[in-house]
Design a protein around this ligand. Sequence first.
Ligand code: DC
Length: 219
Amino acid sequence: MIIAIDGPAGVGKSTVAKLLAARLGFLYLDTGALYRAIAWKMLRETVSLTDHERVASLLQTTSVHMQFHNGSMQVLVDGVDVSGELRTPDVTSAASVISAVPAVRDWLLPVQRQIAQRGSVVAEGRDIGTKVFPTASVKFFLDADATVRAERRHRELVAAGHTGGIETTYQNLSGRDMRDRNRAIAPLVPAADARPIDTSQLNIEQVVDRMMAAVSAVS
Ligand code: DC
């Protein structure tokens, strides 16, 4: 069974997807981590993100794997665990840019589908319901006010030790939103059959409860 969750940055996708996966006993597939892994490699190899030919050629000698152990996930790039290095501001920004490159999206499509062959998954990203798993059993599209999302993301960053102001967080988030929603290939849009959930006024448990109710209704 595949459950698809899409939505913009800071909407709470990862948190609720992880909880939903734990409640259901499914794998949690964080597809953003795969884009981040490619971005990490391109930054390490100092490839210009606008040089699409070079990006595509480097992908031919790149491997990205996900491993799951007791609810936690590791991302391996060329056999090396880079999980701890994927959430830096540089990788975050590069992932947003690189995710608009068609060769990157094409390359990651089978990677994501192969992971879902290991068992039932809750998959989270931007194009899960529209492109990666269009026949998913249940699809959700989460959204929330941009200011609420920036506040949430800022709290996470502060907890992780970052010292930037909320204004910077808001600008970064809005920039990623613009790129993710307006790119030519696989833009962030709700699938026609996705269930919309506005999380602006809901807490995590309320969102997960709504999702559980929808999943129970189809299974
Ligand atoms: O969900 P995230 O913030 O970890 O995603 C990082 C970037 O990857 C995000 O800016 C957009 C891109 N992405 C995507 O284009 N498609 C996905 N399915 C997942 C992420």
